[in-house]
Every structure is written in structure tokens, then in C-alpha cells.
Design a protein around this ligand. Structure first.
Ligand code: MG
Length: 263
């Protein structure tokens, strides 16, 4: 199924997307097992609702330098263990919302990535069982203030600004193999990143093992699995899309904080 979260008449709903309609399902609460999404019988027109980020993560765990060619383009060594950092939940936005460029930065980059959505509480889970803990997969953009990202660490500041974690549009729960997915980044209609998760240095299963031996992953938590080669800057007025086969396209536009004033 393709699970979406959406706003209709000021209320938040969950639903299963089927073509141009969305079948509402009951709010799963803390229970993100596939079987816990029961249909309410209500159907919404896709065009009449506003899609939101498809889950509300307690934490977004990001993986740096998980593609060899991307490590080369930023002149970094290929890591021998996963490099992880966190984005706060306040960075998360949904499809068609604005990525806001903060005044502290002179260069903010896009990073198209596969996002893993956890379905079960995962604590010290081995790689061989790790995919049993996954609910599904969506598109993510690890937006990064590149000029504020020191090479040796402290990436949370550069990557943790409000709006720096677009997610969506839907969570696909049917993907059996997350290591064979074409990932595209599309800037103003032009493909600028075209990778495949087959190039992951650390697989989704290995990442879950590594991360869950440090911190417990909760249902709805997200892992951003790293970006392929082709990163570049965003400017006010740009539109950036993350396209993953079988999931759809996450599209966001770009604004400058200067356009918005305080508040
Ligand atoms: Mg990244």
C-alpha cells in the first residue's frame, strides 16, 4: 500500500492512496504494523486535500557518505563505519512545502535520499532480521547548509534547520528489496542526481543494526540513507524533486528567510 498523511478541513487524516482517491484509515497511534491500518469507509479526492509528511518521526537518523562517488565529490574518505547524525523533528516538512534558506548560510544544498520508515521498536537488532522492523520507504531530502558543515563533525547544525527534512509523498510498504531502487534528484525539471541504492556502502539492514545498537528506533522514526553523487545548491524560487521508483516524487520549492521576516 501507499500510505499518506493529509489535511482536510483542518483535520489530519491517514489514508491509502489509490489512483486519484485516498481511502481513509484510522490513526495508527503508536502501532505502525501494516495490519493496524483499518479502513474507515471514507474516501477523499486526492486533489482536494493537502498532503503532509507521511509520518511524524520522534527522530530522523541520517547517514553521511553512504555512496562512494558522493564521498569523492566532497573530497571525503570512504568511511569504514556508518557516519550518523540527527535531524530534529522540527526540520520535517511535507510535499509542496517551502524549504527556507536561513540567513546564516551562503550555500544550501539538496540531497535526494531513500528514507526508511520504521514499523516496530528496534533495539539491538541484527542485520539478518532488520528489514522485519521496517514499515516502508519514502523519499527524503537531506537539505544541508554546506558552508556551515565542518568536515570533521558537528553536522547537526548545518543539517538541522527548520524545513531541512522534506519527506513524502507516500510510504510504500511493498518494497521487498531496498537495495535496488533508482533515486533521482530533479532541480527545476532537470535531473541532477541519478543514483541507485545498489551503490549503498552500508545497506539498510546494516544501518538498522548499527543504529539500533546505539539508540532504540521507534515506530515512525526515519533513517535517511545517504545521497548519491550530484549535489548542488538551491536558490530562492527553485523547485527540487526527489523521485524514487515505486514511491513517487517529493517536490518542494525554495524560499529565503529574508522573504518571510521574523516569527
Ligand atoms: Mg545526506
Amino acid at each position: 500500500m501507499q500510505l499518506v498523511r493529509f489535511l482536510s478541513e483542518q483535520k489530519v487524516h491517514y489514508g491509502i492512496q489509490q489512483g486519484s482517491s485516498i481511502k481513509e484509515v484510522a490513526d495508527p497511534g503508536e502501532d505502525w504494523h501494516k495490519a493496524s491500518f483499518s479502513e474507515t469507509g471514507k474516501v477523499f479526492d486526492h486533489k482536494a486535500v493537502k498532503l503532509l509528511a507521511p509520518c511524524r518521526p520522534d527522530k530522523v537518523v541520517c547517514v553521511g557518505l553512504n555512496y562512494r562517488e558522493h564521498a569523492a565529490e566532497v573530497k571525503a574518505a570512504v568511511p569504514d563505519k556508518p557516519i550518523i547524525f540527527l535531524k530534529p523533528s522540527t526540520a520535517v516538512i511535507g510535499p509542496e512545502e517551502a524549504i527556507v534558506l536561513p540567513p546564516q548560510s551562503r550555500r544550501v544544498d539538496y540531497e535526494a535520499e531513500l528514507a526508511v520508515v520504521m514499523g516496530r521498536r528496534a533495539h539491538r537488532v541484527g542485520a539478518e532480521r532488520a528489514l522485519d522492523y521496517v514499515f516502508g520507504y519514502t523519499c527524503g531530502n537531506d537539505v544541508t547548509a554546506r558552508d556551515l558543515q565542518p568536515p570533521g563533525g558537528q553536522w547537526t547544525y548545518a543539517k538541522g534547520f527548520d524545513t531541512f527534512c522534506p519527506l513524502g509523498p507516500a510510504i510504500n510498504t511493498e518494497i521487498a528489496d531496498p537495495e535496488a531502487l533508482p533515486v533521482k534528484g530533479i532541480l527545476n525539471g532537470k535531473v541532477v542526481q541519478a543514483g541507485n541504492t545498489a551503490e549503498h556502502l552500508f545497506s539498510v539492514a546494516e544501518l538498522i543494526e548499527f543504529i539500533s545498537h546505539c539508540m532504540t528506533l521507534l515506530p515512525g522514526d526515519v533513517i535517511l540513507t545517504g545521497t548519491p553523487v550530484g549535489i548542488g545548491p538551491l536558490s530562492p524560487g527553485d523547485t527540487f524533486g526527489v523521485d524514487i521508483h515505486g514511491i513517487g516524487r517529493l517536490s518542494n520549492y525554495v524560499e529565503s528567510q529574508g522573504d518571510l521576516g521574523e516569527g
